[in-house]
Design a protein around this ligand. Structure first.
Ligand SMILES: Cc1cc2nc3c(=O)[nH]c(=O)nc-3n(C[C@H](O)[C@H](O)[C@H](O)COP(=O)(O)OP(=O)(O)OC[C@H]3O[C@@H](n4cnc5c(N)ncnc54)[C@H](O)[C@@H]3O)c2cc1C
Length: 505
């Protein structure tokens, strides 16, 4: 892994969740030379990166870019952190480890919008290729792939309570929470092996790191693309504070994630002309979709309960079970997801006004099919600004409010009643308007931004950037519509998709 050549066949920008999969397939399935530029550092033995129960410590740490969402009145103008992993493995190195596939209708809707090859049956083999499922191969699950996937083990009483309460409410038990049409409750599935995180970089790239055709540079931040006419020739980057340039004869693949990939395009003059002009950047390609269509899952932190007894120390990913459920029987598939956090996970605003017990735990409803759309742009200092517009569309607030009611129903059922004492927040007997205030004070981002370089306006179904040859995107930014589940497994699948395309030539 030396930095001998400045010219490669492929340059992959970002060694995160999707970038790891793209780079592995390029190295393994082509004879090409491959450069991976990673802005973060190598994976180090820090417990927060490896112990699933310590993932929260990554937020705001040296492994986090520490971006922020702009305030919005729909969430009472409260500041929200926008964590993004800054280390090999990217956000997949720091996240909460839930590894779930979306509803088949999520992918069929992408294909239905004209993105050929992205329907459920077409992408299923890529999901299967990515994973090593603990129960072995089946129609829906893969075995022998890079990412070990296991159910949460030794369920904590809070995790079991969600399953018991959910079933008493009528939710089917899901032995595997990623069937074709997820609806019900069951143990969380996670990218773990022997109780430790499986980082996508280690999983994908570990077996090929010795390859001489591969060059990996950490602490290497791409600053702008090298563009000439209608073609991308390479990347300018900073390594140890010094400027450098790499050429990519076949293609540059942007895998810097849903915030930094559009940021890099905008800094390179690819984006909406008016936005570029406001930021003082010369226009290379007027591409209106860059930075638009941002989608994020809002969650509520949280419906907090005081334990009625001493509970064991938190385990698994601080959750351990998950439910997918409909806010209304009239919606065509689940639009809510629930976890129960084994810790008192409440927003700063809730914590400031309620006496939250340090040993409390929370039911956390989340909105999995938001209609609100945000955007990002460059300010005149060249910094990326991100406005998610969470809960701006009233239907989102209505659905999540229904999540509060379902959460309170769950809290009142035997599973939780056995272990819970006082309901801390929302206050028992809260009126509808008090619940709405709770909603806007407790809403936080799940940290799942997607869609900012979407298939359609920005890339085609082969992930080629419109109007610029030799430039593709493979990361969460290409999702035209957010999946109604945790997005990590889908993002890795997007990396597999790109890898398969490039290997096919
Ligand atoms: C705290 C947290 C918890 C989450 N929990 C879950 C969960 O439990 N389940 C789930 O499904 N999803 C979860 N997510 C979301 C999920 O991890 C992401 O959707 C997914 O990892 C995004 O993958 P990506 O490849 O698009 O980007 P990333 O994995 O973020 O990769 C981008 C990579 O590019 C690098 N990079 C960025 N800019 C540059 C640049 N200019 N030059 C060079 N390199 C650059 C970054 O350092 C990073 O390595 C969570 C996210 C966070 C932050």
């Amino acid at each position: 892994m030396s930095h001998a050549a400045a010219s490669f066949d492929y340059a992959v920008v970002g060694g995160g969740s999707a970038g790891s999969a793209v780079a592995r397939r390029l190295v393994e399935d082509t004879g090409a030379t491959v450069l991976v530029l990673e802005g973060g550092g190598p994976v180090v033995p820090a417990p927060s990166l490896h112990d699933p129960a310590r993932w929260v410590e990554n937020i705001g740490s040296a492994f986090d870019y520490g971006y922020r969402y702009e305030p919005h009145p729909a969430t009472h103008d409260r500041p929200h952190l926008l964590s993004r992993g800054k280390v090999l493995g990217g956000s997949g190195a720091v996240n909460a480890l839930l590894w779930t596939r979306g509803h088949r209708a999520d992918y069929d809707a992408w294909a239905g919008a004209g993105h050929t090859g992205w329907d459920f049956e077409s992408v299923l083999p890529l999901f299967r290729r990515s994973e090593d499922w603990e129960d072995g191969e089946s129609r829906l699950r893969g075995a022998g792939g890079p990412v070990r996937v296991e159910r949460a083990k030794d369920l904590h009483p809070v995790a079991s309570a969600l399953i018991e309460a959910g079933m008493s409410l009528g939710m089917p038990y899901l032995d595997d929470v990623s069937p074709e049409e997820p609806e019900g409750v069951g143990p969380t599935t996670m990218n773990v092996r022997d109780g430790r995180r499986v980082n996508p970089w280690d999983a994908y790239m570990g077996p090929v790191l010795h390859e001489e055709r591969l060059t990996v540079l950490t602490g290497a931040t791409a600053r702008e693309l090298v563009l000439t006419g209608g073609r991308c020739l390479g990347v300018r980057y900073a390594l140890g504070g010094k400027p450098a340039e790499a050429r990519a004869d076949s293609a540059v693949i942007l895998s810097a994630g849903a915030i930094d990939t559009p940021g890099l395009l905008l800094r390179s003059g690819i984006g909406p002309a008016a936005d570029l002009a406001r930021a003082g950047v010369g226009v290379h390609t007027d591409l209106p979709g860059v930075g638009e269509n941002l989608q994020e899952h809002p969650l509520l932190a949280g419906l907090c309960l005081e334990p009625a007894m001493e509970l064991p120390a938190p385990n698994n990913n601080l959750e351990g079970s998950v439910a997918f459920w409909r806010s209304d029987p009239g919606v065509d598939r689940p639009d809510l997801m629930f976890v129960a956090m084994q810790v008192p996970y409440v927003s700063a605003e809730i914590a400031a006004r309620c006496a939250v017990p340090p040993d409390g735990f929370c039911i956390v409803p989340g909105l999995s099919r938001p209609r609100s759309r945000g955007r990002l742009w460059l300010d005149c200092d060249g910094e990326v600004r991100v406005q998610p517009n969470m809960l701006e569309v009233e239907a989102d607030a209505t659905a999540l409010l229904r999540g509060v009611d379902i959460g309170l129903d769950l809290a009142s059922r035997p599973g939780f009643r056995r272990i819970a004492g006082r309901q801390v927040v929302p206050e028992p007997g809260a009126t509808r308007s008090e619940k709405v205030a709770f909603l806007r004070d407790a809403a936080m981002p799940y940290l799942h931004p997607v869609g900012t370089c979407a298939m359609g306006p920005v890339v085609d179904a082969q992930l080629r950037v419109h109007g610029v040859e030799g430039l593709r995107i493979a990361d969460a930014s290409v999702m035209p519509e957010i999946v109604s589940t945790y997005p990590h497994a889908t993002t890795v699948m997007i990396g597999e998709f790109a890898g398969a395309l490039l290997a096919a030539g």
